[in-house]
Design a binder for this molecule. Structure first.
Ligand SMILES: *Cc1c(COP(=O)(O)O)cnc(C)c1O
Length: 375
């Protein structure tokens, strides 16, 4: 069976983890955590990067830093992973879902303004498949209405919008290093902070409400409990595993892009014949080949397609039951405006295998199986 996702295998990660064990330094904020954060700050240009235990937790941190309170409304797409909404629901806020654009599957920037009420506090764009949302429009709306922007850039590391790294444009950006993402630490993530004014509070909340980060830097003699907080820092062993991948990030990124381009090249004739739709990358967006998907005619065709691929030894998957149709989404949130594309487009989408190490011959084989289905 050709797997759908395989985490990157990088030899040096074993060496780095071993070093943590030998040095008996495995708790949070050790040498590798520092290396990873520094790498992310340098590559993205963000003011501050804090490594976290997941992207979900990075988003929770962002919700706390944005002072999201019960009854506040947060605008987001319904076509996303549950964490996007969870982080705000946990604060008692109401996710207000708006429709997506069919070309990128991202939030439709033109539907956002109509969903704003007196209670709206934040907009959460999700950069689906590492392809940027229309951030100029979103930032302009946020500025005019005094809203916070928290980018769910879980899939968007090393993707760009008009030259700016995803995750660095809004007040906060959240990365995921879950096993299924381009770079992994098993479970993990990062919070990117744009404004210097938010850094100190973020460090405190991440460290159980204490000023321990300042203590570690030698800025104070003793650390103490000064605010509410939680424990959002990952073990340095996980960071060591991640750092080995970050060191060869360009190699991983280029290999993924090569696979993505190969899929596209192979499947373009099918798209031109009107059988399937392929992903769109708008002008000004540089993507990171996080995923490759096709869109079938409808849910029946997609089901048959996934079955056909499985018969050919290939795992193709779909994801995201739109959140407003899920039990929790109905309980905690609401959809504003018309669901013109969210449900119908999500039912058409099927993802193809995509991972570092997938060889181009296998990609060709997968494409042949796709073509066979449409013959
Ligand atoms: C993976 C993902 C998350 C959650 O990431 P974790 O690190 O597993 O918490 C959130 N949002 C989106 C869009 C994702 O793809």
């Amino acid at each position: 069976m050709i797997n759908f996702n395989v985490p990157p295998y990088v030899e040096t990660s074993l060496e780095y983890i071993q070093e943590c064990v030998k040095n008996q330094k495995i708790c949070g904020d050790g040498a590798y955590t520092h290396k990873c954060s520094q790498w992310i700050e340098e590559r993205t240009g963000t003011t501050k990067c804090l490594l976290t235990t997941s992207c979900t937790h990075a988003t929770e941190l962002a919700a706390l830093l944005s002072d999201i309170r019960p009854g506040d409304e947060v605008i987001m797409p319904a076509y996303t992973f549950v964490s996007t909404a969870d982080a705000f629901v946990l604060r008692g806020a109401v996710p207000v879902f708006v429709d997506i654009r069919p070309d990128t599957m991202n939030i439709d920037e033109n539907q956002i303004e109509a969903a704003i009420t007196e209670k709206t506090r934040a907009i959460v764009p999700v950069h689906y498949a590492g392809v940027a949302c229309e951030m100029d429009t979103i930032m302009d709306i946020a500025r005019r209405h005094g809203l916070v922007v928290i980018e769910d850039a879980a899939q968007g590391i090393l993707s760009y919008y008009k030259g700016k790294a995803l995750g660095t444009i809004g007040n906060f950006g959240c990365f995921s290093f879950h096993e299924t993402k381009n770079y992994s630490m098993g479970e993990g993530g990062a919070l990117l902070i744009r404004d210097e004014k938010d850094v100190e509070e973020a460090e405190i909340i991440r460290e159980k409400g204490t000023n321990r980060s300042k203590y570690y830097r030698g800025q104070i003699d003793k650390y103490t409990w000064i605010n509410y907080g939680s424990s959002y820092l990952p073990s340095d062993m996980n960071a060591a595993y991640l750092y080995a991948q970050l060191e060869i990030a360009d190699q991983i990124n280029n290999a993924r892009l090569e696979i993505w381009d190969r899929y596209r090249e192979n499947l373009t004739p099918l798209a031109e014949a009107g059988k399937i739709l392929l992903p769109t990358v708008p002008e000004g967006c540089v993507h990171n080949a996080h995923m490759f998907y096709i869109k079938a005619k409808d849910i029946e065709e997609r089901t048959a397609f996934i079955d056909h691929m499985k018969e050919n030894g290939i795992l193709s998957v779909f994801h995201y039951i739109p959140l407003h149709t899920a039990p929790a989404g109905q309980k905690f949130g609401r959809f504003h405006g018309e669901d013109r594309y969210t449900t119908s487009e999500s039912e058409r989408l099927a993802r193809l295998p995509m991972y570092y190490g997938l060889d181009l011959g296998t990609v060709d084989y997968i494409c042949e199986a796709v073509k066979k289905f449409y013959r």
